[in-house]
Design a binder for this molecule. Structure first.
Ligand SMILES: Cc1ncc(COP(=O)(O)O)c(C=O)c1O
Length: 378
């Protein structure tokens, strides 16, 4: 069976990146690998739109989220956790694990946090050390107002803004330095278009000052020790060698295309997919649309898990379902990874077929036709 991976992570990896990663393993304590590291780090600055150093961990994205908590904060510090879905909840769990006091802002799933609410809570709690949020909440497909919140924290010398940009960086505009984003995190298996296992994290000067005071336990996820190694053109521990080599190719390709074109590509896939969803009589789940995923509400009486299962087992297509309170209620199509407009038409058509099979009255081909029309014109 031919397999398609159109899920929001892990994503489809391009043949050029796959072949770069299949090179014989290079030892990491060599001038050759240091040269690759240096070049990758420079290109990461381009992606991040930052002049700060971007550090790596051989971990999934959550490792870098943990690093942000345990390196910047101290026991008993207060932090705001914006929880607009499953991944927002992870910030609270991490704070609890390290003895940081979370102040949760719960956002209705599918919606974006209101920056005025964040400002009010910060006004009432001027001792808050960090605001943790997602740039894009992948579990709901809701894009969050990073720039607006940065406008608030930028003027607070003792409060940092920490962005989980795991499904945003490289998808749409995020200006790390210009907007004042203190920490920006991503993971390899999303917009970077690599297999899982590598996380990256940028740290502002304001955040490094907090790191000086942090008393939380850390060993592997130690930003200060990674920075020391960075300055010696190496990493503290064995890096994810093959993934970094793959990243070198991915970033070079991204630079050649230009970030604005990379963003346009995601925007185009997202818009064409949405047109297809609406044309076939389905509804979008998110009220704050993102270019990373399209989230489709399942019609009354249809279990989204069954739709996913039919796609996976009968059609060979992996998309994603809902998590937590959205379990069974939605399906999610990725626009990240090595994907084209044709993949969007495949995903949409497969969903229509699965819905028909489950007894939902639907006319096959409408979604694909609308998407095709959009792609032909744009
Ligand atoms: C927004 C967001 N944050 C965090 C994570 C967790 O990342 P990982 O599974 O790489 O640890 C994901 C994964 O889907 C994500 O989409």
């Amino acid at each position: 069976m031919k397999r398609y991976i159109i899920s929001p992570g892990p994503v489809e990896v391009s043949p050029t990146v796959l072949s770069a990663m299949s090179m014989p393993i290079m030892h990491h304590r060599t001038p050759q690998f240091s040269e690759i590291l240096t070049e990758v780090r420079e290109n990461l600055k381009y992606l991040y739109q930052t002049n700060e150093n971007v550090l790596f961990f051989a971990s999934s994205g959550t490792g870098a989220m943990e690093a942000a908590v345990c390196n910047l904060l101290s026991k008993g510090d207060k932090a705001i956790c914006i929880r607009a879905g499953k991944f927002g909840e992870r910030w609270t769990e991490l704070c609890n694990a390290f003895g940081v006091i979370p102040i949760d802002i719960d956002v209705t799933w599918g919606e974006a946090v209101d920056s005025i609410t964040v400002k009010d809570i910060l006004d009432k709690n001027p001792d808050v050390k960090a605001v943790f949020m997602q740039a894009h909440e992948t579990s709901t497909g809701a894009k969050q107002p990073v720039k607006e919140i940065a406008e608030i924290t930028k003027n607070m010398p003792e409060t940092v803004l920490i962005i989980d940009a795991i499904t945003a960086l490289g998808v749409y505009e995020l200006k790390t330095d210009e907007w004042g984003l203190d920490v920006v995190i991503t993971g390899s298996q999303k917009a970077l278009g690599l297999p899982p296992g590598l996380s990256t994290i940028s740290v502002s000067q304001k955040a490094w000052k907090l790191a000086e005071k942090s008393d939380l336990p850390k060993f592997y996820f130690n930003l200060k020790s990674e920075l020391k190694s960075y300055n010696k053109q190496t990493t503290s521990f064995t890096p994810a060698i093959s993934l970094i080599i793959g990243l070198s190719t991915a970033l070079k390709e991204m630079k050649e295309r230009g970030l604005e074109n990379v963003f346009l590509h995601h925007k185009r896939l997202a818009e064409g997919t949405r047109q297809g969803v609406i044309a076939t009589g389905l509804e979008l789940y998110s009220k704050s649309l993102s270019e990373a995923v399209t989230v489709i509400k399942m019609p009354e009486g249809i279990d989204g898990q069954k739709v996913n299962k039919i796609l996976r087992d009968e059609f060979g297509i992996s998309i994603a379902g809902g998590q937590g309170e959205a379990k069974g209620k939605i399906v999610r199509i990725s626009h990240m990874g090595y994907l084209s407009e044709w993949d969007m038409i495949i995903a949409l058509s497969a969903i229509e077929r699965a819905l028909k099979k489950l007894g939902h009255p639907i006319i096959l081909g409408r979604a694909g036709a609308a998407a095709l029309e959009y792609f032909a014109q744009n």
